[in-house]
Design a protein. Sequence first.
Length: 88
Amino acid sequence: SFGGLPPFIGFLPKWLIINWLTYSNLYMMNFFMIIFTLIMLYSYIRMIFSILMISHNEMKIKSNFKFPFILNFINISSLLICTILFNF
């Protein structure tokens, strides 16, 4: 949900709750909800900024694995298998 930003799925429930709190004259609770949301968004932005500022050389993983596409295939196929198993 990423803290309730507009293009993500967590935004609509948060917006509806803020509207309901305003309609119910619960301004203090509305204020605290908005403040805590801003604090969470600040921490998300700091995490994303620190991840994006890592240079390419620092992110390089040294591996002797000669066929990285096999590892990708295993990951994707395991996700597919888990999805099928948990839905039936």
